[in-house]
Design a protein around this ligand. Structure first.
Ligand code: ADP
Ligand code: MG
Length: 234
């Protein structure tokens, strides 16, 4: 469904990705793992059109997207939940959710709002409050809900567990898994917490200094002690 082939991305003279290839199959959950600075966020930003690779290709359902502006990438069905959530804290919960639908021209927005609130009931309960008043976990739910309002077929999640209490993280991941199953939503999950990510993903890639060091099914990665020790830190 989504295919990155030998992409290189640089920030000025800093080469952040040096030939990364990743395949994300329809309906799958793929984890992108690796230490701080390995290139995980850069990979997501290249997919979502916020950065453009200097070489290599990115295809979504057979169409080249690596030169598309970010807004068009959202419109064709790829939505990113950015690192650090980046919600609009001065706007209400409902206003944040509605902003997620700004690229849409169809009539299903109201229905989608109801559906997303059914996954994250707290967003309904607090819909009129400023987003600043939500807890960290609720803000992460809002960031995911906002991304879902774009009606994506692929959801890119950047470190959803960062800074959250483990119990909340578990809750959020369960909801993500439910949405994946019920709606055939394809997920590319960036996580520093490898053990957590591999409990949810089908397949995993480990990035190291801008290249793919290891890739395998989540089961193989979980079961391989030397991979775990060298790359996953658990
Ligand atoms: N805006 C930027 N300008 C220059 N270098 C950057 C920028 N963003 C990231 N980098 C560098 O690119 C590399 C990959 O970063 P990033 O993709 O953010 O890693 P990760 O998400 O895996 O922690 C790092 O060496 C980082 O320092
Ligand atoms: Mg990052």
């Amino acid at each position: 469904m989504l295919s990155l082939s030998d992409i290189h991305v640089s920030y000025g003279s800093v080469l952040a990705l040096k030939g990364v290839s990743v395949e994300v199959p329809t309906g799958g959950i793929v984890a992108l793992l690796g230490a701080n600075g390995a290139g995980k966020t850069t990979t997501l930003r290249a997919i979502s059109g916020l950065l453009h690779p200097t070489s290599g290709t990115i295809e979504f359902e057979g169409e080249r997207i690596d030169r598309m502006p970010a807004e068009r990438v959202v419109r064709i069905g790829i939505s990113q939940v950015p690192e650090g959530r980046q919600i609009f804290t001065e706007l209400t919960v409902m206003e944040n959710l509605r902003l997620g639908a700004y690229t849409r021209r169809d009539r299903g927005v109201r229905q989608d709002l109801e559906r997303i609130i059914s996954y994250f009931p707290v967003l309904g309960e607090r819909s009129g409050q400023r987003a600043a008043l939500l807890s960290g976990g609720e803000q992460q739910m809002l960031a995911i809900g906002r991304a879902l309002m774009a009606k994506p077929r692929v959801l890119l999640l950047d470190e959803p567990s960062l800074g959250l209490a483990p119990i909340l993280v578990g809750e959020i991941f369960e909801i993500i898994k439910t949405i994946n199953r019920e709606e055939q939503l394809t997920i590319l999950l960036v996580e520093q917490d490898a053990s957590l990510a591999l409990a949810f993903a089908d397949y995993g890639y480990v990035l190291e200094s801008g290249t793919v060091a290891v890739e395998a099914t989540a089961e193989e990665l979980r079961g391989n002690e030397s991979v775990r020790r060298s790359y996953l830190g658990y």
